[in-house]
Design a protein around this ligand. Sequence first.
Ligand SMILES: [Zn+2]
Length: 413
Amino acid sequence: MTDPRLVLTNANLVDGEHPAKPGAYVVVEGNQITTVGTGALDTRSGDRVVDLAGRTVMPGMVTCHFHSTYHELGATPAPYGLEAPPPYQALRAARNLETALQCGFTSAVSAGAPCDVDASMKRAINEGLIPGPRFVPGSRELSTTGHGNDTNPWYWEMAAWGAARCCDGPEEFRKAVRDEVKRGAEMIKLFVTGGHGVLTPKDRLEMTPDEFTAAVDTAHDRGAQIRGHIVNKRAILMAIEAGIDVIDHGDEMDEECIAGIVERGIFVAPSVLFPKTFLSQMGSGLGFTDRMRADLEHTLKVLPEANAAGVKLVVGDDYGAVGFAHGRYAEELEVYVRDAGIPALEVLRWATKHGAELMGRGDELGTVAEGKLADLLVLDGDPLEDVTVLQDRGRIVAIVKDGVFVKDELRAA
Ligand SMILES: [Zn+2]
């Protein structure tokens, strides 16, 4: 006895790589996609055959900049990550991860979390304790005195120990990276500059090149990936030189940076929806917001160039920051299509194929292809014609993760 197969027929196939193929079929056996094609297909007795009548099948998406615990971050005077007791934050993280899955993100990659929450989330998801995406857990945000603890006045006499972790000198970065890995982090986060929503100046380097290199090399030695909040050009070039895995934001990216990023195969998470949302709430006229607006405009202008040059761009943003709730993940795709003028096909590729590659699982996830794991969405609509369909959870009629339905509003034919 074999398990019944799931056979989706008459689908509009958006495979994460190529233009849409109408009249397609996709067969899932166990947790694998075993057959993909167009035209006639022999079905077996016992198959669950669903005629999708032209609805779209696409890969589950990957959000690559995810803060599981964040909730109105910056709205209270507490040091980041110490706004609530750790157990309460863990419950929030569980909720946010479930939300991501229900929004069609079958994978998520952390961009930093306090209190060792992420590693336990991964375990709880993998052991079936809570629903959630495939999750790459993150570390605290490592940075130096005067930046890493800039929300704590000096007279509190406390190092930051919430979302941030202060290190000074290469030895302290080595030790911190090793310790975060021991606590379960698989993605180390560095805070390299201010800017992009962070109040500290964007032009300063918060880490020296030797600190930076020590952190990157130690992460790689321990089998972890490493990313950084990086805004100014000097820091982007330093990150390229050190061989970082992911540049977060990269607001001052230019032609020289793009060439280096492509050469080293570095991923970039521009995360433009947060500054865009923040600016729409704050208006203009403040020095801080004017600088933020200039950076955002520059980013939107340089992104088509970066995309054309072959930069591995990914989606993900600071959901959970003040005024920027979790659950809005798919709005980001619309901004890249509408404001940066990137074709929806390319943005979908960022959200699927590139995300899987960032996870180091490009051979298993990220496209709808034979032999890949069955992380799939069925949509009532075509995201290549109108990317906003992904924002309407009611139009995501099915979500499959690892061959199992997370959501199933398909009706058997
Ligand atoms: Zn972030």
